[in-house]
Design a protein around this ligand. Structure first.
Ligand SMILES: Nc1nc2c(c(=O)[nH]1)N[C@H]1C(S)=C(S)[C@@H](COP(=O)(O)O)O[C@H]1N2
Ligand SMILES: [Mo]
Length: 425
């Protein structure tokens, strides 16, 4: 491998030349197999070429970025899925992540009307309606309350929606990547409400964003008082602009659409507000022509992140099946793994820490001799709920649904080690 330095926008990046360019352009599955060839001069017992190299020094990259060799680990979108880049979605590269934390730069984004740029000095949160005292808080006001630090997953209700009728997208990223899991820092909404007081008639909240989409959702008061947060930080730093800077709502375990970003107002009322997002959108059309609505909870779900369409098996022998599981009802209790399409199940190893309403990591050892496999995972949460088969969901909801597809996926491992997303009959 030939290596040279060049200055790109003041950042010294190590560029790969020749045979290694496949790594940079490694778009999706077709190129996963182009392995980078090692430069023999760098291998033992030789002194590798990087040893005498002092590197660019500490001032070159004041906000750190991943190694250039990781430039394939990025959010990606599906161009045909949405109308424009402003009203769009991209996906978390789950297949490349370890542990349970999603790095801030890799959290999938879903915007219905672009990303506003909000100067925190101009930020205000208004609380009005059926409260004793209507109030307006600055960001600094919010930070004077006792703070809480919590790990939660956020999953879009449409995650896996394209797979409802059959397998469509051949990637772990595109079929499961509308989920992320970060540590939030903020204030409990119940603490803010101890300042404003609540009228006995207050039963619902309207949460309103300040972006162009006019994002508004109704949330029942029980949920608001149970565990909803107003947050300003994720994974130890300020929220990213695309995740709602400077302040967003956190609705643990419930569909992502309710987690209003760039939140400007909470209005308390005595009934649901029946906004567009909970009547025409985020409802499921059933086969009898009626629609399910207010389907808030994200039920237990899991995914094998490796092997997966993006992570083929490269050699025979021992490997670790790795994956993630989560439930909007609480903690994951167990994850089962099958390598024969669900005929036989074995219990995987669940890695701590296991938080409530957070992603959890599981692994399962696999000794592969080059045979075909049908790999599946099945999550069970602390309430005893078992992740269903797609046919169980279709029986209840018909074939027109998009949202809340938490069914078991199947990865077909071919004899050459390549992996495909398939639907079993
Ligand atoms: N103000 C506002 N809040 C919003 C949205 C939006 O477009 N505007 N999108 C919602 C949807 S549909 C989802 S899935 C989540 C996505 O959060 P993320 O971009 O941090 O992943 O934010 C929700 N909150
Ligand atoms: Mo969403």
């Amino acid at each position: 491998m030939v290596k040279k330095r060049e200055i790109v926008k003041g950042i010294n990046r190590r560029r790969l030349l020749g045979g290694a360019t496949a790594l940079g352009s490694l778009a999706m599955t077709s190129k996963v197999f182009s392995q980078v060839k090692a430069n023999r001069d760098n291998l033992p017992p030789n002194l590798p070429e990087w040893t005498p190299d002092l590197g660019p020094g500490v001032d070159v990259n004041p906000y750190g970025t991943p190694s250039i060799f990781e430039e394939n680990v990025i959010r990606r979108n599906v161009p045909w899925l949405t109308a424009s880049a402003e009203s769009s979605v991209n996906f978390t590269p789950l297949q490349d992540l370890e542990g349970i934390i999603t790095p801030n730069g890799l959290c999938f984004e879903r915007h219905h009307g672009g990303v506003p740029e909000i100067n925190p000095a101009d930020y205000r949160l208004m609380i009005n309606g059926l409260v004793d005292r209507e109030m307006i808080f600055t960001l600094d006001d919010l930070k004077r309350f006792p703070q809480t630090n919590k790990f939660y997953f956020l999953e879009c209700a449409a995650n896996g929606g394209m797979e409802w009728k059959g397998s469509q997208l051949n990637g772990c990223q595109f079929t499961f990547g509308m989920v992320h899991n970060v540590q939030y820092t903020g204030v409990k909404l119940s603490d803010l409400l101890s300042e404003t007081g609540l009228k006995p008639k207050a039963k619902w909240v309207l949460a309103e964003g300040s972006d162009t989409s006019g994002m508004t959702r109704s949330i029942p008061i029980e949920k608001i008082l149970e565990d909803c947060l107003i947050v300003w930080a994720m994974n130890g730093e300020a929220l990213r602009a695309e995740q709602g800077y400077p302040v967003r709502l956190v609705v643990p375990g419930w569909e992502g659409n309710m987690w209003v970003k760039w939140i400007r107002r909470l209005e308390f009322g005595d009934k649901p507000y029946m906004t567009r997002e909970e009547t025409s959108k985020y409802t499921d059309l059933l086969s009898n022509g009626k629609a399910r609505m207010f389907t808030w909870v994200m039920e237990a779900k899991s995914v094998v992140t490796s092997p997966s369409p993006e992570k083929p098996i490269l050699q025979k022998g021992v490997h670790q099946i790795r994956g993630l599981a989560w439930s909007g009802r609480g903690k994951i209790k167990r994850v089962d793994v099958s390598i024969d399409g669900g005929k036989n199940w074995k219990t995987s190893k669940l890695h701590g820490p296991v938080f409530s309403k957070s992603l959890s990591r599981f692994t399962f050892p696999l000794n592969w001799n080059g045979e075909e496999l049908l790999i599946q995972s099945r999550a069970i949460d602390e309430t005893g709920y078992v992740q269903p088969h797609i046919h169980e969901l279709q029986k209840v909801r018909g074939l027109n649904s998009i949202y809340h597809n938490n069914s078991i996926a199947t990865w077909l491992v071919n004899k050459n080690g390549k992996v495909e997303n398939v639907r079993l009959g």
